[in-house]
Design a protein around this ligand. Structure first.
Ligand SMILES: NC(=[NH2+])NCCC[C@H](N)C(=O)O
Ligand SMILES: [Mn+2]
Ligand SMILES: [Mn+2]
Length: 313
């Protein structure tokens, strides 16, 4: 028997990067939906470290192109240090957001760890949004619309330099899946930086299976696979509990296949679950769907692998 996978839950209860309040309740909603118990039932070693602490949401307008930059930076420093500690201990950190700006700290720590260990990195960004805005092009100033740009080096120094000097990511290390809302200036920047985006039209035309085969192509034993799961990736019909819903997302079945195909790679080494907003949810059903998808991400399947009818070539 191989030793069991060890995961650590890290709560970051804040919505300082978002345009709507409520994602700060995400960590507790995921716990109430039974995340830790579900992962333990799969045989994983699960530690829940509780919640990180950081500044309250001052709910102020944008300042120099950003809303709440000092608060977002403080939360991300806490996330960075917590994620880094778990990676160093050989565990799989699972960040419970919180809004998506927290991926700056989380992926900043992952990228730094990979550099130190000489490992390759692949980031799968599951989202309705590209989150590739900068202060010059953002329509809102909300930092949850900017983490991918910040991680690629485009943003304020207090965020860009969080995981060490220089940009955490190269655009070629990222694959975006499920995208269906990109702002005008953001769209030009996505093209200029050659982000690899599998938008909803691509998924409609090619199907989720071919999409994931491409997004996961080229992984090897040295690759650290990070999944940044913005719950608004999902169609609002199955996931209403998010602050920025966009219709036309993946169905329950498509999302399950996406997660199962990631699990099959055996490379998943860190995860963010962000943008769950219990204030907008219905009886915690979005949290429960998120837990079901994360179970698949960690290898839950209907039948034992060896009993599955092999799909044809
Ligand atoms: N992580 C998210 N839900 N991001 C939504 C971003 C929405 C919009 N593109 C903005 O920059 O304001
Ligand atoms: Mn989103
Ligand atoms: Mn997002």
């Amino acid at each position: 028997m191989e030793s069991s996978v060890a995961v650590t839950l890290i709560g970051a209860p804040t919505d300082v990067g978002a345009g709507a309040r409520g994602a700060s309740m995400g960590p507790e909603a995921l716990r109430v939906a039974g995340l830790a118990e579900a992962l333990r039932a799969l045989g994983l070693d699960v530690i829940d470290r509780g919640n990180l602490h950081g500044p309250a949401n001052p709910w102020q307008p944008a300042h120099g192109g950003y809303r709440h930059l000092p608060e977002v930076a403080a939360w991300n420093r806490a996330v960075h240090d917590a994620v880094r500690a778990e990676l160093r201990a050989g565990r799989v950190p699972i960040l419970l957001g919180g809004d998506h700006s927290l991926a700056i700290g989380s992926i900043g720590a992952v990228a730094r760890h990979c550099r130190e260990q000489g490992r390759k990195l692949r980031v799968l960004w599951l989202d309705a949004h590209a989150d590739f805005n900068t202060c010059a092009i953002t329509p809102s100033g909300n930092l949850h619309g900017m983490p991918v740009a910040v991680l690629c080096g485009f943003g304020p120094p207090e965020l860009v330099e969080l995981g060490g000097s220089g940009a955490a990511l190269r655009p070629t290390e990222v694959r975006q899946i499920g995208i269906r809302s990109v702002d005008a200036g953001e769209k030009r920047f996505v093209h200029a930086q050659r982000l690899e985006v599998y938008d909803m039209r691509y998924i409609d035309e090619m199907g989720m299976r071919a999409t994931m085969e491409q997004a996961l192509a080229g992984l090897d034993e040295q690759t650290h696979l990070h999944v940044s799961f913005d719950v608004d990736f999902l169609d609002p019909e199955i996931a209403p509990g998010v602050g920025t819903t966009v219709p036309g997302g993946p169905t329950y079945r498509e999302a399950q296949l996406c997660m199962e195909m990631i699990a099959d790679t055996g490379r998943l080494a860190s995860l963010d679950i962000v943008e769950l907003n219990p204030a907008l949810d219905e009886r915690n059903r979005t949290a429960r769907v998120a837990v079901e998808l994360v179970e698949s991400l960690f290898g839950k399947s209907t039948l034992m692998r060896e009993h599955q009818v092999r799909r044809r070539g």
